[in-house]
Write a protein that binds this ligand. Structure first.
Ligand code: ADE
Length: 417
């Protein structure tokens, strides 16, 4: 057992934060109780690369309660909560993560957890799986399967599958309804706004032109919350159906060329590269704030921002002021990394409860089943079970089909009466 964290002395505060999260994650609590009795993960080694938050810590404890040995690294250089990893390390978890890593340190930690020779992986962004496939191929022999938390990671897995490069079964947790309809929409929605507000020291959204680039589950959630706070939301998209959906939801829809000239606050959540590019940065208003809540820090062309600027000042922990050569100030939040996790706490416990319940139950399912090498969806029974447990925990009732209704829904002979 070993660890590498910033300051083990932060463990007491980390423990309090983890216990707060546990109290708000009832579905994981129920799974933990069963795992303690049944030990479905006994003898299983799990390597995880996840944002190291209080919510992630609750998942790690559930996996350990199930009998697994877990090694944890971050899934982004800027999103680790140092107090939380200190608490995990103190209580005996193999954890390698701290906030503010260089790219080299980040990959050292990824490799440290892979040194545990995992049977299963849990990834957020596919860095574990792609490192195994590219540089640590010897681990493929022992690797049974893995699960993936985020849209970007699933896109990478599906590209590997299409290329014939994928060598191990993987489960796309991101794509299951109890994950993306809640964590992506409500979790990223709220926490991205929270990140922008916290980073800027409380910038007012009311009356501002808020440009939302990307109208997937996360973009929808962010746009809704920005609008609810009085911002005038503009959506940019490449998908005509999503653009239409945004228009009919009441937002202005335009291309980034136009939006760049009028936006006050820009948030990207597209999974794509350079959606805010040099020519957009060149026409932005003085004082524009630019942030990203997609997985990688490539959505904003940061090298171009550096190139058009002659000075950069860190004005707050999560705000860099770029002074452009033509005399404007542009503000980049959290170095273009996930603003919802770097400047705020990420998706709330209440929705991470469902996302991480999926990983826990999928780990059990992966151990019990021999699968083909492909990307799987989460089995429908797991998704439904999580939704039912969550509803029950929230105290909301559910109707039950009568036998007559069940028969009706499964027949085709009753029509117009
Ligand atoms: N992804 C988004 N929010 C998160 C959180 N709170 N913990 C871990 N991963 C996350």
């Amino acid at each position: 057992m070993s660890y590498k964290v910033k300051d083990i002395g932060l463990a007491d505060q980390g423990e309090l934060n983890i216990s707060w999260a546990e109290d708000h994650m009832p579905v994981l609590g129920i799974i933990k109780q069963r795992f303690e009795k049944e030990k479905p993960l006994k003898g299983v080694t799990i390597a995880a690369s996840l944002h190291c938050t209080k919510e992630t810590s609750v998942l790690i404890k559930v996996l350990q309660a199930g009998g697994a040995t877990v090694a944890l690294a971050g899934s982004n250089p800027l999103t680790t909560q140092d107090d939380v990893v200190a608490a995990l390390a103190k209580s005996g978890t193999n954890v390698y993560a701290w906030r503010g890593q260089t790219k080299e340190e980040y990959y050292e930690c990824i490799n440290s957890v892979l040194d545990y020779k995992p049977d299963l992986t849990i990834d957020d962004g596919c860095d574990l799986v792609s490192t195994i496939h590219n540089e640590r191929k010897e681990l493929l022999k022992g690797l049974r399967a893995g699960s993936e938390e985020t849209t970007t990671g699933v896109i990478r897995l599906r590209a590997m599958e299409a290329d014939g490069a994928l060598k191990c079964p993987m489960v796309a947790v991101n794509d299951t309804p109890t994950k993306n309809m809640f964590d992506n929409r409500y979790g990223s929605g709220q926490s991205t706004i929270d990140g922008v507000i916290r980073a800027t020291g409380g910038m007012l959204l009311a009356g501002k032109n808020f440009v939302m680039s990307g109208y997937g589950w996360c973009g929808q959630g962010i746009a809704r919350r920005a609008s609810g706070m009085g911002a005038r939301v503009i959506v940019t998209e490449v998908d005509p159906v999503k653009a239409l959906e945004a228009a009919m939801e009441g937002y202005r829809v335009m291309n980034m060329e136009e939006a760049a000239k009028i936006g006050d606050i820009f948030v990207t959540s597209t999974g794509c590269k350079h959606v805010i590019d040099k020519h957009h940065l060149e026409v932005m208003k003085n004082g524009a704030v630019v942030a990203n809540s997609g997985h990688f820090n490539v959505e904003i062309n940061i090298p171009a921002l550096e190139e058009i600027s002659d000075k950069k000042i860190r004005v707050r922990r999560d705000v860099d002021e770029y002074q452009t050569k033509d005399g404007r100030k542009l503000y980049l939040l959290s170095e273009g990394r996930l603003v919802n996790l770097a400047a705020a706490d990420g998706s709330a416990c209440e929705v991470m409860d469902m996302s991480f319940a999926n990983h826990a139950l999928v780990a059990e399912w992966l151990v019990k089943n021999d699968l083909e090498t492909k990307v799987y969806d989460v089995p429908g029974e797991i998704d439904h079970m999580i939704a039912s447990l969550k509803l029950e925990a929230m105290g909301f009732g559910l109707d039950k089909l009568t036998p007559e209704q069940d028969k009706y829904l499964n027949s085709w002979d009753e029509g117009t009466v």
